[in-house]
Design a protein around this ligand. Structure first.
Ligand SMILES: Cc1cc2nc3c(=O)[nH]c(=O)nc-3n(C[C@H](O)[C@H](O)[C@H](O)COP(=O)(O)OP(=O)(O)OC[C@H]3O[C@@H](n4cnc5c(N)ncnc54)[C@H](O)[C@@H]3O)c2cc1C
Length: 392
């Protein structure tokens, strides 16, 4: 039996980052069912940071995470956590008002953006079929994230502060008695007064183990495809390119092009795989919206993105059990917004005030609460249409 001040379940970016924050003030044990950290969603992302991505509260958490990613604490990492990428958002004529709204919101948050015509956007990405679009917005500060370095930095600092990651430690039972949680795993039994549920696609399963009622935070699969770029093209400087309608995105990825058809299929928590129909759709979108020809798919994968019905964060004390802290519903923002989300979750676990910079962005205990109506209502399972995360 090992005791700690905090048990964190899951060693993706959510678990590693909150463990890092909590280890400043107490002993933290992170329990991970796989043999290494980051095996599931965290290791399968497109690894970009855009302040224009995701619903309102998540995109503000991205803004609040930017300083950490750009200027991490001393000795956190030997390599930069982010490098310049730039993002291009493409709008059809009927979507131009939406694009202008996004630009205004970004400027309010201090981001640099440039609105331009689709034709002029060819200077950022020369393979676009500009005739498919009317206008474009370029977000200069979009970055590629070195997810491995970020995860490794959190876990290295955790160890240096006396915390511990235990792998091959699937939490199979989780009970609460008196003031103590007991987590039973194949690697031993662990006790602490506070549990943080950072299990990604499995968060609902962990809540069920803890005897808590259903919370509507569920996984959806997304497919990614990598192909060889046109011979001789200087792809390294191309931006991450999205359409405002959210039917595709593509970006340079280690000398090749990664594309996603931004699929969002409900899934059980699992080792997600690429869906063959979605691979075909991704290739079709490339042919339709660019002049590139996909000759050879070199790699493809699937990953889970976990959402509450409103797509906003699920961070805070469970309404029925305040010593059970949720850090969930990361959707497509978990890596880029993880640093601020972790500080927010740690404030709830420690009974502290919400960090001032996060509160200043309009984030409250209520609007991210696991007790809000759409999260506690088992019927509210449809993705919300109308957010940036919505898809055709
Ligand atoms: C194709 C794709 C592209 C994406 N692109 C981006 C992007 O560009 N930028 C971005 O910010 N985000 C992106 N995302 C989203 C991002 O990957 C997720 O938001 C983030 O990784 C979620 O992290 P997590 O720690 O919550 O989940 P995970 O990384 O899945 O971690 C959860 C962990 O919990 C563990 N676990 C589960 N059950 C148990 C148990 N019983 N006991 C112990 N451990 C358990 C799992 O093994 C897992 O390691 C993308 C996702 C996909 C699929």
């Amino acid at each position: 039996m090992e005791t700690a001040d905090f048990i964190v379940i899951g060693a993706g970016i959510a678990g590693a980052s909150v463990a890092y924050e909590l280890s400043l003030g107490g002993k933290v044990v992170v329990l991970e069912m796989e043999s290494s950290a980051g095996y599931h969603s965290t290791g399968r992302s497109a690894a970009v940071m855009s302040e224009n991505y995701g619903p309102a509260l998540w995109s503000r958490l991205v803004t609040a995470s930017r300083a950490f990613l750009e200027t991490p604490p001393e000795r956190f990492t030997d390599v930069p956590l982010v490098t310049s990428r730039g993002a291009l958002f493409l709008a059809k004529s009927e979507e131009q008002a939406q694009l202008t709204e996004q630009a205004e919101e970004l400027v309010r948050r201090g981001a640099s953006v440039e609105l331009t015509t689709a034709d002029e956007a060819l200077r950022f990405c020369p393979v676009l079929r500009a005739s498919e679009f009317a206008s474009a917005m370029y977000e200069q500060d979009c970055k590629d994230i070195d997810t491995d370095a970020l995860l490794a930095g959190y876990l290295k600092a955790l160890r240096a502060r006396g915390g511990r990651l235990v792998t091959d430690a699937k939490v199979e039972a989780l009970t609460h008695s008196g003031e103590t949680w007991t987590a039973t795993t194949p690697r031993g039994v662990f006790q602490a007064p506070i549990v943080v549920n950072a299990a990604g696609g499995w968060v609902q399963e962990i809540a069920a183990l803890a005897g808590l009622p259903y919370r509507n935070v569920v996984p959806f699969r997304r497919t990614a495809v990598v192909f060889d770029p046109p011979v001789g093209s200087a792809i390294h400087s191309w931006p991450m390119t999205f359409d405002v309608a959210e039917t595709f995105y593509f970006k340079p990825e280690a000398g090749r092009i990664m594309v996603s058809p931004v699929d969002m299929a409900p899934s059980d928590p699992c080792d997600a795989q690429a869906d063959e129909l979605e691979v075909a759709i991704a290739i079709d979108r490339i042919h339709r919206f660019t002049t590139m020809e996909v000759q050879r798919v070199t790699h493809k994968w699937g990953g889970l993105r976990t959402f509450a019905p409103d797509h906003e964060p699920v961070i805070g004390r469970d309404p029925e059990q305040p010593s059970f802290i949720w850090l969930a519903g990361q959707g497509g923002n978990g890596v880029m917004g993880g640093a601020a989300a972790a500080r927010l979750a740690a404030s709830f676990a420690q009974g502290a005030a919400i960090p001032a910079d996060i509160a200043a962005l309009g984030i409250t205990a209520e609007n991210v609460s696991p007790g809000r109506a759409c999260v506690v209502d088992p019927a509210a399972d449809a993705p919300v249409v109308g957010t940036l995360e919505a898809f055709e």
